[in-house]
Design a binder for this molecule. Structure first.
Ligand SMILES: Nc1ncnc2c1ncn2[C@@H]1O[C@H](COP(=O)(O)OP(=O)(O)OP(=O)(O)O)[C@@H](O)[C@H]1O
Ligand SMILES: CC(=O)N[C@H]1[C@@H]2OC[C@@H](O2)[C@@H](O)[C@@H]1O[C@H](C)C(=O)O
Length: 369
């Protein structure tokens, strides 16, 4: 069992999470120190500018130069890893691997026979050099090269946690980040996973646009509003929902246009209902779970959790109820996935991403002395 640190900077651009675990890429022997480092205003602006540049590029023509943003991102990740190592009372020499997801700035799912493309910025080699530790990065490209969606990748980690905890099946894990994704676990079948639609991404954009705040803290704005049925219907018309899984999303695939005519609170209520109903519709396609576990920042939003319960007929429970760490789960996942890459084990399978065969994804950067 090795000490591995996983790093995740999610689509919300709110910060980077790091988690230390001890694992062989199969079992998790220890859940160690976890830390979050929020991005400062300047860092967030640099990352948002990289996302805007990527959206304008859209994989057409020459790749823009993301090196300045990648350097900022890599430095913030390195600082956090150093803090985690110190807090754990370890030295860098005791860490076998770092799993470095990077920042997704653009994601285009496969369309028909056309392979998908995804872009995570971050400099794996520079991180390995600075830390003196092997770094696994670029987790999504091999899956896409094999015809997969490149996402979601946390589902095999969810399955490992559920197996290790001997939790009763069927069970669904819903990740409520910028985008929402579900992992469906039932007896005697492979895990099924896909993105279900926006989670907090549109709500965050709405709050930024209307109030200049980063998110709807505790759903307070949505709680004061009324769901607008016509706007909700318009949101649900997006062609993504008619597609069968496997499927994945870019954080910016949806627009606020259908709610622009609404007041602040009604817009927030409608967008929150949109997330709740699209998660519920996805789970409904899969079966009736005994339990729905919610992870990611959206589980802190009581209005979203209530609306999900109403839409699904089963109240979602925060993953803390089964002893998992909802703010660190994705970082832990990328630590575990890094250990799998080092061991040559699959990080995605056909039922989680649509990849043609179980695939081990990621590149390993060794420190240059
Ligand atoms: N107390 C809260 N009330 C309401 N929403 C919250 C609260 N805390 C966090 N959130 C929401 O959670 C979001 C962050 O969630 P998380 O860190 O899981 O996203 P991410 O990892 O960036 O996304 P992804 O999983 O899509 O990559 C915030 O942007 C905010 O919308
Ligand atoms: C391309 C990309 O970065 N996708 C993220 C995003 O955020 C949530 C959802 O969309 C999921 O598909 C994925 O992240 C998680 C960590 C995953 O791969 O499991």
């Amino acid at each position: 069992m090795k000490y591995v640190i996983g790093l995740m900077s999610g689509t919300s651009l709110d910060g980077v999470d790091a988690a230390l675990i001890r694992t062989d890429g199969e079992r998790i022997a220890e859940f160690g120190v976890g830390e979050t480092r929020d991005y400062g205003k300047a860092e967030r602006a640099v990352l948002q500018a990289a996302v805007d540049t990527a959206l304008a590029w859209n994989f057409q023509g020459e790749m823009p130069d993301f090196s300045a943003a990648a350097a900022v991102l890599t430095a913030s990740h390195a600082e956090l890893v150093e803090a985690v190592i110190a807090e754990a009372g370890l030295t860098a020499g005791q860490i076998s691997l770092v799993g470095f997801h990077g920042q997704t700035v653009l994601h285009r799912a496969p369309a028909g026979r056309q392979q998908g493309r995804t872009c995570q910025i971050g400099d794996g080699q520079a991180l390995a050099d600075r830390l003196g530790v092997d770094v696994v990065y670029d987790f999504r490209s091999p899956d896409m090269a094999g015809g997969g969606q490149g996402a979601p990748l946390a589902p095999l980690y969810h399955a490992a946690l559920v197996a290790q905890g001997q939790l009763e099946l069927p069970l669904a894990v819903v990740n409520l980040g910028g985008v929402a994704n579900v992992t469906w676990l039932a007896p005697d079948t492979d895990p099924i996973a896909f993105d279900t639609g926006p989670a907090n991404g549109l709500i965050d954009a709405w709050c930024q646009q209307r109030l200049g705040t980063s998110h709807d803290s505790n759903g307070e704005l949505a709680a004061r509003g009324k769901i607008d049925p016509a706007a909700l219907k318009a949101l649900m018309k997006h062609p993504f929902f008619a597609k069968a899984p496997p499927k994945s999303l870019d954080r910016w695939d949806f627009s606020l246009d259908p709610v622009q005519h609404l007041g602040d609170a009604d817009g927030a209520a409608t967008l929150t209902a949109f997330t709740a109903r699209t998660v519920a519709a996805a789970i409904d396609q899969l079966g009736q779970p005994g339990r729905i576990l919610a992870t990611g920042g959206g589980r802190h939003n009581p209005v979203l959790m209530r609306m999900m319960g109403e839409a699904m007929g089963v109240r979602p429970e925060a993953v803390e109820r089964v002893g998992w760490r909802g703010d660190l789960l994705e970082a832990e996942a990328f630590a575990w996935l890094a250990a799998r890459v080092a061991a040559g084990l699959p990080t995605s399978i056909p039922s989680t991403t649509g990849v043609s065969r179980p695939t081990c994804g990621g590149l390993i950067a060794h420190p240059r002395s």
